[in-house]
Design a protein around this ligand. Structure first.
Ligand code: F3S
Length: 277
């Protein structure tokens, strides 16, 4: 059995930055809160909780202390609410997400109707929507038909796939009279999608490690599954079924941008243990 790990998997720069900010806050401040879990990874959130960093659903649930905004970004209302409560604000929004937020504002100022390719329920998309007037969120080209506006500015959630963005743009071109497109997909995500798809072609089985609610992990899983039907999404070694590995020679492992390296290492160790038995 041979184990190959996709290049570029594990924490991205935005996640590393947010975790560092949280750890610094935990060391220096008394009460530290994050608006929603800091990243979509249960193990990391639990570790931070042990250090005193609590996740809350709303700023209404914080009376005093420090609030850390996560890498997905937040709505401008959240900044205003936190300021009114005199909370110490630490902005952990990933700079790549901040750029998408600024582009949404810029396109609105220029008079474009903003189309966001992404998941309407994802916090990152909610934050971007709140910066554009009457933004329209589409998951796929099938949803483009409901767009009636003719001057459109298109941006994407940072974890989208290039093929979906291309497909939406091409569908939009059928009816719109003017289209301005920014490719706002994160380069780290694109590189990871590419290396994971290549690996999916080469191996007998591919394990995609990452939080069940992590958008980029889910997308990696779906992309790889199309190439290799023996692709499984697991949160950690506990979800792995050893019978998946039987009679498999080449095992591939990839992971989302919010998956800690130690979770990947545990999966590798578990496989190695099985190889010995
Ligand atoms: Fe930022 Fe890209 Fe990570 S947008 S949070 S560096 S996946």
């Amino acid at each position: 059995m041979k184990i190959t790990i996709a290049s570029g998997c594990g924490f991205c720069s935005g996640v590393k930055r947010a975790i560092k900010l949280a750890e610094d806050c935990a060391e220096n401040d008394k009460e530290v809160y994050t608006l929603g879990p800091l990243i979509h990874n249960l193990q990391v959130v639990q570790r931070l909780e042990e250090k005193g960093v609590k996740a809350v659903d709303s700023i209404d649930n914080i009376l005093s202390g420090t609030v850390l905004f996560r890498s997905h970004g937040v709505k401008p209302e959240d900044f205003i609410k936190a300021e009114k409560k005199h909370l110490k604000i630490i902005d952990g929004t990933c700079p790549i997400v901040s750029r998408v937020q600024r582009l949404a504002e810029k396109l609105t100022e220029e008079g474009y109707s903003v189309v966001i390719v992404g998941d309407p329920n994802h916090p990152e998309v909610e934050g971007i929507v709140s910066r554009a007037r009457d933004a329209i969120v589409v998951r796929s080209p099938n949803e483009v038909k409901r767009i009636k506006k003719k001057r459109l500015g298109i941006i994407a959630q940072t974890t989208q796939t290039l093929s979906n963005l291309r497909a939406v743009v091409s569908q939009v071109m059928e009816t719109a009279s003017e289209v301005k497109v920014y490719n706002t997909i994160c380069k780290a995500v694109l590189r990871l999608q590419e290396s994971s798809c290549k690996l999916a072609e080469m191996v007998d089985i591919l394990l995609v490690v990452g939080g069940i609610s992590s958008a980029n992990t889910k997308r990696l899983f779906l992309l790889a599954k199309e190439i290799n039907p023996n692709t499984y999404h697991i949160e950690g070694k506990g979800d792995m079924r050893l019978e998946w590995l039987h009679q498999k020679e080449e095992i591939g492992i990839t992971a989302g941008t919010s998956t800690p390296s130690w979770v990947i290492d545990e999966v590798v160790d578990e496989i190695k243990r099985d190889m010995k038995n």
